[in-house]
Structures are given as structure tokens and as C-alpha cells.
Design a binder for this molecule. Structure first.
Ligand code: NAD
Length: 477
């Protein structure tokens, strides 16, 4: 049993002042595995004040000093890779391979940010002026539950590279992962207050961070509805706001695609992280003539997917995070049937043999139109919709007919053709014949999938502000 009641503030683990206690349930067994006392607004104020104090010195550090901090963080997180992986499996049922990847990615973020900073010109002549790229100030980093270590480390790495102290608010559903990660980050031995971490409710701790006049920048990852609240809250103090939000990605299979490779990739894109991924490719667009062939392949591939214990490396799909998410996904499956879609595989209820745990059958629908809820809304579970198209333009129209635009996938043996389609898609990222992201390239959404970009140079610049200094003679510094 875990009993968590501390926040990490000003370089130390301290008891929270909040009093709300929530239970941690293992989603694979529904067993109670711990309790966590949430922080409150007073804790948030303490964390913000600590970050403000740290900002003074951090904002004046040299590139070399910040690179040193990033490398120390990388080493500390790398040393905790296994604990980070195991906490993600225990707390939200991440399948082993996914948890392994995210835990390795968490340390890699710091190495990538160090490399980006090394190559980045913080001072540049422009006309008769000199431009200094300075830290924007104290940052609030707010994360969702579906990729805790990855999201926090990626945001923290960019913030430190830029010289921003931070207040980190992970999801209240990520207590164990947060604890393991905070202990790892603490071992890097950075100056007190450079980063502070506290678990609390969004409308309490999250709101305190989003409205505080002492926070200059918010980097948020989560749902579009929460992103809108944060953008509204930030306007009063003119915060710089980056929002990485909801997705409803399309996977377009072109008529010349090699289905032997394209369908497994597209299905992995749909069901990654138990379908709880913002970049999940949950709308599969196939040429009308290929539909029956695709359906047969989908039945075979999905029918062979192992659903069950997320600790087992053979498991493709673990449980959903909690009862609420289970109920929500069941509701979408029901609505898919009610609105006239045809069930290809899966359906309502738990998979056979899994009586406990928030397990959902991997479910695929055909005869889906873009007007149905299952094609329009982010389900955040292993539910895929197959839509047919008649020609390339039709496929592009269907893909773009969404309020979201995070990521898209194109499968074709003609790369030039796939690139032409990529140029027409309304998405922050388009992956061609692959589902693995490029972590040095910018990541973010268009339309209601977000504002701003993370990773690499774009991620660094999201925490920097340009200051122009011009004199009537060349600068002497
Ligand atoms: P959420 O929006 O419910 O919560 C995200 C975070 O915001 C949590 O820490 C929550 O406590 C906090 N929060 C809630 N209300 C707040 C408020 N009023 N002020 C400040 N903070 C507040 O999202 P979730 O359910 O945790 O995560 C799932 C969502 O995140 C999905 O929509 C998914 O697509 C999205 N997501 C996007 C990306 C991306 O990179 N675009 C990555 C992962 C997840």
C-alpha cells in the first residue's frame, strides 16, 4: 500500500496542506493500492513562491550551466527507468512495451534538450540591434495522466534549457508515477525551487497556477475543454500559453499501399497505449474497393491481440485507467451501434475471461460516416472506425472534416504521392508508412488540437522571449 501525502517544494519533500484524500486503484485488478492526499491552493502558492526565488539565479545561468543541469537530470531519470516503467504499469495499466518506451524517452528528453541548447544561438545580431533570447519566467507545467513521465520530462527539459523555473502539476490520477519521478528528479541535485511538483485538482491547484500573476508561461497537455479554460484564465495576466490538446487522427490507406505492412501499422496506431493516446489513429480511411480485404485483415490482426495483464510483454492491450473511462468507452461503443455502424470485431462488455479490471474488447466498426459520434469525438479507448472513400480528394476531405488536427498517417508505396497528400492534411504532424515520432521535430496540433509546438528548437523557443537591444554604437557585451 502506498500512502502519499507530500509535495516536492523548494528542493524538499514536504507534507501537503491540502486534506482531500483520494484512492489509487490498480486498473488491472481493481485492488486498492494506495491513498494520496492532494495539495491545495496554499501548497500551489508555496510552490510558485519557491520557483520565483529560484528564477532569479536560474534566469542568469549560462548555457554551459544549464546543459550541466540537463545532463544531471538525464542521468538521474535514466537510473530510475525501471521504477518509472513499473509505476506506469501499476497505476494506469500501460502495456509493458509502451511503459518501457516512455520510461526510456523520459531520460532521453533531457539529452535532446541539452543538444538543442548547445546548437542554439541565444544572442544574435539583427540589423543594428542585438537580440537576446531570455527565459520567459516561471512556468506552470500541467500534464495529463496518460503519459506522465514523458510529458513532464519533455516540458521540464525545455523549461530548464531556457532558464525557466517551474511548478509542475501532474494529473491527480498519476500519484505513484509522480512520486517515483519526483524522487528521480530530486537525485539530480539541482538548486532548490528550480522545479516544484504537486498533485492537486485542476480546478484548485491547476487554476491557482493558471491565474497566478507570478507565472509567466503555461505549458499544458490535456483535453481541449481544459485547454480552453486555461487559455481564458491566462489572458488576464497575459501568460504565454502552449496547449497540446485532443486528437482524432486519420490514417489514410492509399489504393497502392502494401496492406501486409500498412494494416498492422494502422492498427497499432489506433490501439497504442490501450487507445489512450492523443495521437491514436482512430479513423481508418480505406478505398471502397479494398474494404472487404481490409476487414478480413483487421479481424485476423485484432482477433490475435492479447488483452490482459499489462506486466506481460505479450499483452497488446491492458485495462483503461479507471471506471469512469471504462464507462465512457462502453457508451461510445453503444452509440456506434445505435447510430448504425457495423461491428467488425469487439463490442460492449469485458473480454472473455477478464472479470475484474477495466478491460475493454478492442473494437472496430465499419460503415462509419464522419457524422457519427465514434468518428467525431476522441474516445480514448481501443475503438477504431473504418470509413471508405472513393478517390484521393474524398479521403483528404474526410480526414480534414474534424475540429481536431494533431497527427495523421498515410500509407502508400508511392512516397511522392503520400507526400502530396501530407501537404494537404490539416495536422501538426503527418507520418508516412511509420508510426514512430521524430522527437527532435516540432510536435503540436492545428485547429482545436492545440496552440504552439513542443520538442527540439520549437520546444525551447516556447520558453524564451526575444529582447532587442540597440544602441547608437555597436554593443560592448
Ligand atoms: P484533462 O484536460 O482532464 O486534464 C489534464 C490536466 O489538466 C490534469 O492535470 C488536470 O488536473 C488539469 N486540469 C483540469 N482542469 C483544470 C483547470 N481548470 N485549470 C488547470 N488545470 C486543470 O485531460 P486528461 O483526461 O488528464 O488527459 C487526456 C486528454 O489529454 C485527452 O484529450 C488527450 O488527447 C490529451 N492529450 C494530449 C496530448 C498532446 O500532446 N496533444 C498528449 C496527451 C494527452
Amino acid at each position: 500500500m502506498h500512502t502519499l501525502h507530500q509535495a516536492y517544494i523548494d528542493g524538499a519533500f514536504v507534507p501537503v496542506m491540502g486534506s482531500e484524500v483520494v484512492e489509487c486503484i490498480n486498473p488491472a485488478t481493481q485492488a486498492l493500492i494506495g491513498t494520496v492526499t492532494l495539495a491545495n491552493r496554499e501548497d500551489a502558492k508555496r510552490a510558485i513562491a519557491a520557483a520565483q526565488r529560484a528564477q532569479v539565479a536560474l534566469g542568469r545561468t549560462t548555457k554551459a550551466e544549464r546543459i550541466d543541469m540537463l545532463l544531471r537530470l538525464q542521468a538521474a531519470v535514466l537510473a530510475s527507468t525501471e521504477q518509472i516503467r513499473d509505476s506506469a504499469i501499476e497505476e494506469y495499466g500501460a502495456p509493458f512495451a509502451r511503459a518501457q518506451w516512455v520510461s526510456q524517452y523520459a531520460s532521453q528528453c533531457f539529452a535532446s534538450a541539452a543538444q538543442t541548447l548547445r546548437d542554439y544561438e541565444l544572442v544574435r545580431p539583427m540589423g543594428s540591434a542585438t537580440v537576446f533570447m531570455e527565459a520567459v519566467g516561471v512556468a506552470g507545467l500541467i500534464a495529463p495522466w496518460n503519459s506522465t513521465a514523458g510529458t513532464i520530462c519533455s516540458k521540464l527539459a525545455s523549461a530548464i534549457a531556457a532558464g525557466c523555473a517551474s511548478v509542475i502539476k501532474p494529473s491527480e490520477l498519476s500519484a505513484l508515477q509522480t512520486q517515483v519521478l519526483a524522487q528521480a528528479l530530486d537525485r539530480a541535485g539541482l538548486p532548490n525551487g528550480v522545479f516544484n511538483i504537486l498533485l492537486g485538482r485542476g480546478n484548485d491547484v491547476g487554476d491557482e497556477i493558471s491565474t497566478s500573476p507570478h507565472i509567466a508561461k503555461i505549458s499544458f497537455t490535456g483535453s481541449t475543454s481544459t485547454g480552453k479554460l486555461i487559455a481564458h484564465a491566462g489572458i488576464e495576466t497575459m501568460k504565454r500559453v502552449s496547449l497540446a490538446l485532443t486528437g482524432k487522427s486519420a490514417s489514410i490507406v492509399l489504393d497502392d499501399a502494401n496492406l501486409d505492412t500498412a494494416i498492422p501499422l494502422a492498427l497499432n496506431a489506433a490501439f497504442m497505449n490501450n487507445g489512450q493516446a492523443c495521437v491514436a489513429g482512430t479513423r481508418l480511411l480505406v478505398p471502397r474497393a479494398a474494404l472487404n480485404n481490409v476487414i478480413e485483415r483487421v479481424k485476423t490482426f485484432v482477433g490475435a491481440m492479447v488483452v490482459g495483464d499489462p506486466h506481460d510483454p505479450a499483452t497488446a492491450i491492458g485495462p483503461l485507467v479507471n471506471q469512469a473511462q471504462y464507462d465512457r468507452v462502453q457508451g461510445f461503443i453503444r452509440r456506434g451501434l445505435e447510430q448504425g455502424a457495423t461491428l467488425v470485431i469487439g463490442g460492449e462488455g469485458r473480454p472473455a475471461g477478464l472479470e475484474k479490471g477495466y478491460f475493454v474488447k478492442p473494437t472496430v466498426f465499419a460503415d462509419v460516416s464522419n457524422e457519427m459520434d465514434i468518428a467525431r469525438e476522441e474516445i480514448f479507448g481501443p475503438v477504431l472506425s473504418i470509413l471508405v472513400y472513393d478517390h484521393e480528394e474524398h479521403a483528404i476531405d474526410i480526414a480534414n472534416a474534424s475540429p481536431y488536427g494533431l497527427q495523421a498517417y498515410v500509407f502508400s508505396q508511392d512516397q511522392k504521392r503520400a507526400e502530396r497528400i501530407a501537404s494537404r492534411l490539416e495536422a501538426g504532424t503527418v507520418l508516412i508508412n511509420r508510426i514512430v515520432p521524430e522527437l527532435l521535430a516540432p510536435f503540436g496540433g492545428v485547429k482545436q488540437s492545440g496552440v504552439g509546438r513542443e520538442f527540439g528548437v520549437f520546444g525551447l523557443e516556447a520558453f524564451l522571449e526575444a529582447k532587442t537591444v540597440a544602441a547608437d554604437a555597436p554593443l560592448l557585451t
